[in-house]
Design a protein around this ligand. Sequence first.
Ligand SMILES: Cc1cc2nc3c(=O)[nH]c(=O)nc-3n(C[C@H](O)[C@H](O)[C@H](O)COP(=O)(O)OP(=O)(O)OC[C@H]3O[C@@H](n4cnc5c(N)ncnc54)[C@H](O)[C@@H]3O)c2cc1C
Ligand code: FES
Length: 260
Amino acid sequence: MEHHATLVLRNRSIARDYHELLFAWPDGLPPPRPGQFLTIRVVEAAMPLLRRPFAVSSFDARSRTAGIIYQRRGPATTLLAAADAGDMLDMLVPLGNWFPEPEPEMKVVLAAGGIGMGPIFYFARELRLAGGEPLLVLGARGVAHLPAEDLLDGLDANVCTDDGSRGFPGTVLDYIEHSGIGKGERCVIYGCGPTPMLAAVAAFARERQLPFWVSMEQTMGCAVGACMGCAIPVHGPARYARVCTEGPVFDAREIVWTSH
Ligand SMILES: Cc1cc2nc3c(=O)[nH]c(=O)nc-3n(C[C@H](O)[C@H](O)[C@H](O)COP(=O)(O)OP(=O)(O)OC[C@H]3O[C@@H](n4cnc5c(N)ncnc54)[C@H](O)[C@@H]3O)c2cc1C
Ligand code: FES
């Protein structure tokens, strides 16, 4: 992990409150792995003081362009939304572990919701580049929160909306249950999104005895393992795991879902 001054190439709105920021991947760094994240210090000023974590949502090996998809929700992301092509951003990159590769012949299901869409889109593209055909299920509150069409190009995404305004009416889990996933076939699920969505899919996966890998997007402090600000409860003697260093990707069975 290293500090880099990175060049912003594009920053655009892609849905209500959602943006995609493309930047030049620092020279000399190996490509990011799907699930890995970076932190950005959006301004040199005192506030907002803390670096903010974002998962990598794309990487183009030829142009060495990487991206993040982020939701504008507070001071840092509001400032980030104002960044322009040509601006420089202070990034700490790459951070964290990544999604483990699926076993050959296993059906791969990718579950994405809200701010979790970025890492899942990147993983879906990498799996397709390797010849796989993952089933991508993308959940959103409504059509206004769905990303620009070009971000879904070639991903064969199955869209679900809570209000039924586009695609399947219901949640990501409703879709997974409705389509009979995991019945009589070897299957692995990967997910990133709001904790209630991940907890629901974790319960489903446990019941069906399916492996489920989750990328957790916990609020963070230092992002380098020093403050315990990102700790989540886990089973076992350690009782807590740091999302920034032990994660962000975990086997869903390790996490104590009911207490956070
Ligand atoms: C490993 C990791 C990867 C992430 N990847 C992405 C990503 O790809 N895209 C993206 O949009 N966001 C991502 N996040 C969350 C992102 O870091 C926060 O949304 C961001 O820090 C908010 O900063 P802010 O100053 O704009 O808002 P803040 O003022 O920090 O927060 C605004 C509101 O959002 C809530 N909030 C802040 N962070 C989170 C969180 N992680 N989960 C739930 N609620 C939160 C706060 O409680 C507050 O109510 C990721 C977080 C982690 C740990
Ligand atoms: S954010 Fe400080 S230990 Fe993870």
